[in-house]
Design a binder for this molecule. Structure first.
Ligand SMILES: *Cc1c(COP(=O)(O)O)cnc(C)c1O
Length: 396
């Protein structure tokens, strides 16, 4: 079969779309005004920012004044968690609940807070990568300041029972934040209906550029200022606005949320064909619940091989895939997400994530399904672990 180029790592980042790029371009050279300036050039920039804010709000079921632009998803997560921690500590609430398999933008933030006198409960996940809302209910205490649970996991794509978790938090009077960076544009979201108090999103996962994000903060919640300086973002996050990036995010989120169901109807069968095809290989397993997962995500462990070798050979065959989290690739520690499912280290090491969108065609799927078994056979034939497995010996 002829070699193809297939981008199957949209959970790591996405290409800026034509639509987004052309919306952004005028704001670099013609409409370069500072949004704080009084003359028309400035007012135009201001108007462009507010139009983008309206688009983001509409996509989430929020009000424009509940949307704050940030520089990325990580910044939004940091602001929500540390900001809430700061205001709630004044009320004597210094306990935070999160899950063991959050993105490091959350986990490293809660670890930081632990060093500064906060207590954190890390909720475990099931072997299918799902959180039991009951566990959250049981973990909430008098001094709980915040519950932060991701909407969809970035490595295994599992979608969490956000409505139930939000309802429990409200019943107990605890604020609820969700890292929805992977969910936006793939799952229907309505923050008001779903009872979400704060939500983080990122532009570069939905075909806007890298370095732009947003935080939704329900009105009535007053987070501390993140950057002190000018009056931008209602004085909460100073610094002259990145107008092109903000405009791009507005267009990107509008496009991403326009036809979620139609996109899923195209992508899901292709994704399922990939899963079924790869699982025909012996000693493989799908990580994460098969149904409660993002349409384009699959994460499979293939025993007896090294994930990194598999990725390199996929790359040689023109296929861009990932071992899970781009942030941790290059490190030899197996993914904390896969370990949280109860996988043995050796199994977690042999894992691969593909995250596809509509541009990956049925022919591309055929190609991937032809390439992977050949690579796996070759890697296993060279693997001492596989040899020991086949002899029924212990390995780890
Ligand atoms: C990518 C990602 C982030 C970080 O977003 P950046 O804009 O890259 O900082 C946070 N959380 C999740 C779940 C992600 O997938």
């Amino acid at each position: 079969m002829e070699k193809r180029y297939i981008y199957a790592d949209n959970a790591a980042t996405t290409a800026v779309s034509e639509e987004v790029l052309s919306a952004m371009l005028p704001y670099f050279r013609e409409n370069y005004g500072n949004a704080s300036s009084i003359y028309k050039l400035g007012r135009d920039a201001q108007r462009a920012i507010e139009t983008a804010r309206e688009k983001v709000a509409k996509a989430l079921g929020a009000e424009p004044r509940e949307i704050f632009f940030t520089s990325c998803g990580s910044e939004s997560d940091n602001w929500a968690v540390k900001g809430t921690a700061e205001i709630m500590a004044k009320k004597g609430k210094k306990h935070i609940i999160t899950s063991v398999f959050e993105h490091h933008a959350i986990l490293h933030t809660t670890e930081y807070l632990e060093k500064h006198g906060f207590e954190v409960t890390y909720i475990p996940v099931s072997d299918k990568g799902l959180i039991d809302p009951q566990d959250i209910k049981n973990a909430i205490r008098e001094d709980t300041a915040l519950v932060t649970i991701m909407f969809a996991n970035n490595e295994i794509g599992t979608i969490q029972p956000i409505d139930e978790i939000a309802a429990i938090c409200h019943e107990k009077g605890v604020l609820f934040h969700t890292d929805a960076v992977q969910a936006v544009g793939h799952v229907e979201i309505d923050v008001h209906k779903q009872g979400i108090d704060m939500l983080s999103l990122s532009g570069h996962k939905i075909h806007a550029q890298k370095g732009i994000g947003a935080l939704y903060v329900r009105k009535g919640i007053v987070l501390p200022n993140l950057i002190h300086g000018g009056g931008q973002e209602r004085g909460k996050r100073a610094g002259t606005e990145n107008v092109p990036a903000i405009v791009g995010l507005g267009v990107a989120i509008e496009a991403a949320t326009r036809n979620i169901a139609e996109k899923a109807a195209v992508i899901t069968p292709r994704r399922n064909r990939l899963i079924d095809g790869i699982l025909k290989l012996p000693y493989t397993r799908l990580n994460g619940d098969r149904d409660k997962r993002l349409p384009g995500n699959l994460n499979i462990s293939i025993e007896g091989i090294e994930g990194e070798s598999l990725l390199l050979m996929l790359d040689m065959n023109g296929i861009c895939a990932s071992s899970g989290s781009a942030c941790t690739s290059g490190s030899l520690d197996p993914s904390h997400v896969l370990l949280s499912l109860g996988l043995k280290h050796a199994v977690a090491h042999g894992s691969m994530r593909l995250s596809i969108e509509e541009d990956v065609t049925d022919e591309d799927i055929d190609y991937i399904l032809e390439v992977i078994p050949k690579i796996v056979e070759r890697l296993r034939s060279m693997s001492p672990v596989w040899e020991r497995m086949m002899k029924g010996e212990d390995y780890e």
